[in-house]
Ligand binder design. Structure first.
Ligand code: KMH
Ligand code: ZN
Length: 281
């Protein structure tokens, strides 16, 4: 079991609107301020979706590059861009996210119903993401929305080899309407299935909505790491909207400390995930 806890903050996502969730960071200034505060609390990775001037999700290349540069200038966080975007984003734009040169990018391991939409991830598209990331020295985080996605990951690695850096890290995204449930039982089933992945594979987990706490506790109890943030959770407790991403990171840090697995800093996280040290890219 890992001695420390890798905490990823996913502050914005592509699903909630600023009108519905005024605390959502949508401008670059808001994102950078959030990133700095979450890093100070104990986050080591930031999973980034960006918005346009109207606060709508965008994969605009100029904005992505500006965002990566701004986060690197203001923080030591590992910058992970979402290649998932919004369910409406075309594959070409999602692949082009890699051109912005992040440390990491997400790589979702299969198609899943996503509320009323469909989050499409064809096999050939997944192979393209995986191989292009390796060519560009970007470390993937394999996003798992359902148990079978772990089997697809095993197939991907068997056929196309290990990612850049040689380390495999997965993120269990649990409780999406259409995906696996956000329960301890489902997390344990994933944990069992991960035994077929390369030795040393690590995982984090996040539970959408009200599954956030059961998933967080189950992940800590089984040696996993944590992802929290307003991409996944906009209600802190029944009837209480989340004030800020910092509130969610602070809660995760508290649980990690109680579990005697305190948050790891970005340098330890880089070494865990096989990401080159800052300045070595
Ligand atoms: N917004 C979801 C459709 C990712 O970032 O890679 C996809 C998502 C996964 O959030
Ligand atoms: Zn995302």
């Amino acid at each position: 079991m890992s001695a420390g806890t890798l905490i990823t903050v996913a502050p914005t996502g592509a699903e909630s609107s600023k009108a519905d969730v005024p605390a959502l960071p949508v401008t670059l200034d808001e994102l950078v301020a959030t990133a700095k505060e979450c890093e100070a609390l104990g986050a080591a990775v930031i999973h980034v979706h960006i918005r346009d001037d109207q606060a709508r999700p965008t994969l605009d290349q100029g904005r992505l590059r500006e965002t990566v540069a701004a986060l690197r200038a203001a923080t030591g966080l590992i910058v992970q861009l979402s290649s998932g975007g919004a369910v409406t984003d075309p594959e070409a734009d999602r692949l082009a996210v890699l051109d912005a040169g992040p440390d990491m990018a997400s790589c979702t391991m299969g198609t899943v119903n996503f509320g009323d939409g469909v989050f499409a991830n064809r096999w050939e598209f997944i192979v393209d993401l995986h191989t292009r990331m390796r060519e560009r020295r970007i470390v993937p985080e394999y996003e798992i929305f359902d148990l079978g996605h772990l089997t697809s990951l095993q197939r991907l690695l068997d056929r196309y080899g290990l990612p850049f850096g040689g380390h495999v890290h997965v993120d269990l995204v649990m409780g999406v309407p259409g995906g696996m449930p956000g329960t301890a039982q489902a997390l344990v089933a994933c944990r069992q299935a991960m035994r077929d992945l390369p030795e040393g594979t690590t995982f984090s987990a996040t539970g959408i909505g009200r599954s956030t706490i059961p998933v967080l506790l189950a992940s800590l109890a089984t040696g996993g790491h944590l992802r929290v943030g307003m991409e996944d959770t906009i209600t802190y407790a029944k009837g209480q909207p989340v004030d800020s991403n910092m509130q969610l990171v602070a809660r995760a840090v508290g649980f990690a400390q109680l579990a005697q697995r305190p948050p790891m800093g970005a340098d330890a996280a880089r070494s865990l995930l096989g990401i080159p040290a800052t300045g070595a890219r």
